[in-house]
Design a protein around this ligand. Structure first.
Ligand code: E4P
Length: 218
């Protein structure tokens, strides 16, 4: 499963890219607002650090406006992935952009039927939001299983499942078990994936025993 980093914070992206954890990046208008940075400036920096797809979301509501914004975003770097909302206008723009060889991430997916539509419109990625479903007491991971099954049922549906709105290591584990293609993960959740108390205890025990030997490796 590929890891995308779900942030517009360049320092987090740099750090995680250095450990090979950044196969791509996703941003959204809220994350850009949180960064307090200029959108194009921050995107240019991200594109310099990460080779994989970097999702940049349009804010126009109609197809023509989305295509104008997409053109401007595509001019910034070659690895841009245009993020479009799951609306009919978004799907129309999706078809035009994918026919033109552009990567497209269709976002704000909350149902299996929406994911089916996005795949038929040629989306490169579909972003189902698991955390926001959990927030309204619907199991977000059930949606990932449904989409996986539907996409696997038909040879022509090649859209990658990009699990979004991830809130915990458990979301990552379940996404990988289901066979999602990508998880986009907030930096703090990526960092927490390594945690295990037995790793910490084992290391402390080894170091204590080594000290008793009085030896040194170098
Ligand atoms: C990423 O593409 C999504 O915009 C993001 O994962 C949404 O996460 P949130 O539900 O925590 O805001």
């Amino acid at each position: 499963m590929k890891f995308f980093i779900d942030t517009a914070d360049i320092n987090d992206i740099r750090e995680l890219a250095a450990t090979g954890m950044a196969d791509g990046v996703t941003t959204n208008p809220s994350l850009v607002a949180k960064s307090g940075r200029d959108f194009f400036e921050v995107l240019a920096e991200i594109w310099y650090v990460v080779d994989g797809p970097v999702s940049a979301e349009v804010t126009a509501m109609e197809t023509d406006g989305m295509l104008v914004e997409a053109k401007k975003l595509r001019d910034v770097a070659s690895n841009v992935c245009i993020k479009l909302p799951l609306t009919w206008d978004g799907l129309k723009a999706c078809r035009v952009l994918t026919d033109d060889g552009c990567l497209v991430n269709v976002t704000l997916c909350f149902s299996a039927n929406q994911a089916l539509l996005a795949a038929k419109a040629g989306a490169t990625f579909i972003s189902p939001f698991v955390g926001r479903l959990d927030d309204i007491a619907v199991d977000g991971m059930d949606l990932i299983s449904d989409i996986r099954q539907i996409y696997d049922n038909y040879e022509g549906l090649n859209t990658e499942i990009l699990v979004a709105s991830i809130r915990s290591p458990e979301h990552v584990r379940q996404a990988a078990l289901i066979g999602a293609d990508v998880s986009t993960i907030p930096p703090k959740v990526v960092r927490s994936l390594i945690n295990h108390p037995l790793t910490d205890k084992g290391l402390a025990d080894f170091l204590a025993d080594w000290k008793k030997t009085g030896q040194k490796i170098v």
